[in-house]
Design a protein around this ligand. Structure first.
Ligand code: FES
Length: 258
């Protein structure tokens, strides 16, 4: 798919909780088709010290309004700076980058598991996968209730489950402590996940043990997004040292040397 570098107009920069912001951006040209799992590289403006663009999974796309949204979690100076941009400002994006998730087939029952900012592509996939809500389960893990964003609007796309490490919302513990895992992924045809490596490794292990199809979206360090800087390399079984930005970020669990 052809990539573009364009200025977008900031439509909204809304705080969803203390550390997560939704950045809604309007394209000046018609948006291409964007799949769940693909990402954009965002320029951090007005900074003398931040030179590299920052990668963000696409969170929402509205082709009618010609907008896309990103979920920006404050993790460092770059993301903090992005939470300070204001409506009306221009912001430069390289897009769309990487490969999205393999879409489920009609009749599949899927489990989507997100942790941290990894919930952005999972919620996008829930909306985009075309399955009836009874076939979609969305599991979101966080440290505490305060770290969860409002997902009320996603109830129409599937059943939502929560875990928190402190037990303040949903099941206490990690996502793998949730009954959907404890019951051995019973009934799921496909599992998709994005979030911290440790979480995805545990999910991948469970899926491999049960023989369930599983795709993970890696969050390796990225700079160029074009396969040039090689900072995002991931060793794989079938593609050697793969650039996550061009060969991924979505990989089948069986392809990874985890
Ligand atoms: S981010 Fe530069 S090669 Fe992948």
């Amino acid at each position: 798919m052809e990539k573009a570098v364009n200025d977008f107009v900031v439509i909204e920069n809304a705080a969803l909780n203390a550390t997560n912001f939704r950045l809604k951006l309007q394209s000046k040209t018609p948006l291409p088709g964007i799949r769940a799992g693909q990402f954009v590289n965002v320029e951090v403006k007005n900074s003398n010290e931040i030179f590299l663009r920052r990668p963000f999974s696409v969170f929402e796309v509205d082709y009618k309004a010609n907008t896309l949204s990103l979920l920006v979690k404050i993790l460092g100076r770059g993301s903090k700076k992005l939470t300070e941009v204001e409506a009306g400002e221009d912001i430069s994006l390289v897009y769309p980058l990487g490969n999205g998730f393999t879409m489920p087939q009609h009749g599949d029952k899927v489990l989507l598991v997100g942790g941290g900012s990894g919930i952005a592509p999972m919620l996008f996939l829930a909306k985009d996968c075309g399955l009836p809500p009874e076939n979609v389960h969305i599991l979101i893990g966080a440290r505490s209730k305060e770290d969860h964003i409002d997902t009320e609007g996603y109830k129409e796309y599937g059943t939502i489950g929560f875990t928190t490490e402190d037990g303040s919302l949903g099941v206490k513990g990690f996502v793998t402590h949730h009954p959907w895992f404890a019951e051995g992924l019973a009934g799921f045809d496909k599992v998709y996940t994005c979030g911290p490596d440790l979480m995805m490794k545990a999910i991948g292990k469970a899926a491999v043990e049960k023989g369930v199809f599983c795709e993970v979206s890696l969050e390796n360090l990225m700079a160029c997004g074009f396969g040039v800087c090689l900072c995002c390399i991931e060793p794989t079984k079938d593609k050697g040292n793969a650039c996550v930005c061009t060969e991924g970020p979505v990989f089948n669990i069986n392809s990874l040397k985890w």
